[in-house]
Every structure is written in C-alpha cells, then in structure tokens.
Design a protein. Structure first.
Length: 347
C-alpha cells in the first residue's frame, strides 16, 4: 500500500478534481504490474496497472492480489468502471486503503466486488498523513477543498515581525513548500501578507505547475505591480467591491464577496463550484486564525526553525493529532490533523 501511495502521488498536480490513485498487482510477493492515475479524464490506476503486466506474466493476473489506494469506481464517468475490469480479469483478492466518497461510489465498488465472490480488505493505512485520496474525499464529502494551514515559526513561537518581511526557514523547507504548491490546486494569503512579503506564490523549486493564487483584499490595497498580480499564473482577487478600472484578463479574476461573518464559507463554496479540491492557507496569522476559529481546516503544516525572533507576531497554535514530524536540516516540519474539521454542506 505504501507503494500504491508513492505511485498515486506521481499524479499530483495532474488529476484534480479526480483523486490521486496508485495500484499494484502482486503475485506471491512479486509485483507483476503497477500503475497510477496520470491525468484527469484519462485511464484510472487499475487500468494502467493491469495494462503494465508483461506478456509472460499475464496468466498470473487472476492468481494475484490487487492493492489500490482507493476503492475502485463502479460507474461510467469519463472512463469505464474499474469494478468491471477487475471482474473481467478474474482477480480474486483486492486490498483497498480508503473508500471513494464520491456519491456514486461510496462503498458500492466494494459491494459489487464482494457480491461477485472477491475477497476485499478495506482500511489499510487509512490513518496516514498526506493520503493521496485526502483532497478528493474531503472535496466530495465536505463540499469544500481540503485545507492546509501552512506557516513557519521561530523557536520562540513567532511567525514574523509587524510590517516587515522576515525569512527564517531553510532551503529544505522551501523546497518542500514548493512541492506542496505543485500538488495543491490553490494557495491563499491575506492583505497584510501580500503587502509585507510581496510573495509571488509561484512554484519555483519543484517540477510541476503553480497553484491558483487567491488574495483576500477587501479594500483593494494590493498595488497592481505586486508580484502576485503578475501574469505568471491564474489569480483571484477577493474584494468587497469591484472597481470600474478593474481589467479582468485570462489570468486575473475579481471576485466580489461581502466581508462579513460568512466570508470564508462563501469563498469556499465558490472554490467548490470551480472544482478546486485543495487549498493552502499560507498566511498571515490573522487569516490562518479565521480559518481555525471556524474549524475550516484539515491539516496544519508547521515549519519550525531554530532561530529566535525575540518578539513579533505570535504564531497560531492549531490543535489536533500530530501525524508526522520530519527533520529538514535544522528545521522541523510538523503535520497536525484537525479532529473536527467542518463541512460546508449547505443542503
Ligand atoms: C478509480 N481509480 O485511478 C481513480 C478513480 O470520470 P472518471 O471516469 O475519471 O471517474 C471518476 C470517478 O473515479 C470518481 O468516483 C473518482 O473519485 C474516481 N477516481 N477511481 O477506481 C482511479 N482516479
Ligand atoms: Zn476507476
């Protein structure tokens, strides 16, 4: 299953709003085929996995166990149901990590396989951090993107200085942060961060795409020459009112929303409509706290450094279960999973 997860992640940045999925076919301890969902609308992991089996091993398919990181689909979407392929291939055992929360599937894939006499195991590695199905399953079950709060903090618990950019995480942390940008659909910052740091929010240190940028700019304080308003990647300016001089282009979109108590819910509903399945909330502290107050977050990725700032803006303290702790040179990445993330189901 770990191998399935690794394969699945090769689809990061290419499959949204579909899930990343990986599959391996194992005969007596030997992998005879593996595959992953490579591109939205194209072949599923199971299809690529079975197609990858060499001619001399094809007679072993029906005696093999299929491991797959997500419940096989059972309806005709852009591609045919994988359950049909599994039945047709005469596979007798299927091991799955997570159910597919897509309403047309959600357990029906397993049911179809079991009622055909296939042995099915579900739930392997379900509690892992960064599960490849997290984005999709959160998106369909909670009707909002999977939300990661991401920030760096000093050894004495500060996230930055008032009105001044401070850079304190190391290059390993930066590379990993950009890997996240390649995998997530969108990245959001508040006005103060846009003004103080002038970030470009592009992905420069990892192969792959850059995410959709979103800036919360109620009163339109971010100047038009700010890095994040340049035409390198699609960008949404979320504001209270559109201005006459606004000039939307292919990459720049102005979204007028009321900056009231429901702002985040309304913004997330808009992202859901646009099939954005994953969002990084990059800062600043106030914006991150707004998401925390509403329990509108799934995971926090905190890069802790050894540097002491001696004062400044206190870092938020998201409460949840620690899923992972990773040493990155002198920095440490801690991943925390929210135990009570809120859904956005208006129905
Ligand atoms: C799988 N294996 O590798 C993936 C699945 O429109 P389609 O044909 O791409 O199908 C969409 C459905 O398939 C939806 O339920 C989505 O969660 C699932 N994705 N399923 O069996 C895969 N990527
Ligand atoms: Zn499928």
């Amino acid at each position: 299953m770990h191998r399935c997860f690794d394969l699945a992640r090769l689809g990061a940045g290419h499959v949204s709003p579909n899930p990343m999925v990986g599959a391996v076919l194992v005969y007596e301890g030997r992998i005879i085929g593996e595959g992953w969902h490579r591109q939205y609308g194209k072949a599923h992991a199971e299809v690529n996995c079975i197609a990858a089996v060499r001619d001399e091993d094809r007679h072993l398919i029906e005696k093999s166990t299929l491991y797959v990181s997500l419940e096989p689909c059972c309806f005709q979407g852009k591609t045919p149901p994988c359950t049909n392929l599994i039945l047709r291939s005469n596979i007798k055992k299927v091991v799955i990590s997570c159910l597919d929360e897509t309403p047309e599937v959600r357990g029906k894939g397993v049911e179809i396989l079991r009622s055909a006499g296939i042995e099915v195991e579900v739930g392997i590695l379900e509690g892992s951090p960064f599960k490849p199905s997290d984005f999709r399953n959160t998106f369909v079950a909670k009707q909002r993107p999977f939300i990661q709060l991401k920030f760096a903090q000093s050894a004495d618990g500060y996230m930055g200085m008032n009105g001044k950019q401070v850079w304190f995480s190391n290059h390993f942390s930066q590379v990993l942060a950009h890997k996240g940008r390649a995998a997530f659909d969108a990245i959001l910052v508040g006005t103060n961060t846009a003004l103080t740091d002038n970030p470009s929010l592009s992905n420069r240190y990892w192969p792959g795409k850059s995410p959709l940028r979103i800036v919360l700019d109620k009163q339109r304080k971010v100047p038009s020459d700010a890095n994040l308003l340049q035409s390198t990647q699609p960008t949404w300016v979320v504001c209270e009112k559109r201005l006459a001089k606004d000039n939307p282009t292919d990459f720049l979109h102005f979204l007028a929303l009321a900056f009231d108590k429901e702002l985040l819910e309304n913004l997330l509903a808009e992202l859901f409509q646009h099939r954005i399945t994953s969002l990084i909330v990059e800062g600043g502290a106030t914006t991150i706290r707004h998401f925390m107050e509403k329990e509108l977050w799934d995971e926090a990725a905190i890069f802790s450094t050894k540097l002491r700032l001696g004062g400044g803006i206190s870092a938020p303290t998201p409460v949840g279960v620690e899923l992972e702790r990773l040493a990155l040179g002198g920095d440490t990445l801690t991943v925390i999973r929210n135990q009570q993330p809120k859904a956005l189901n208006f129905v």
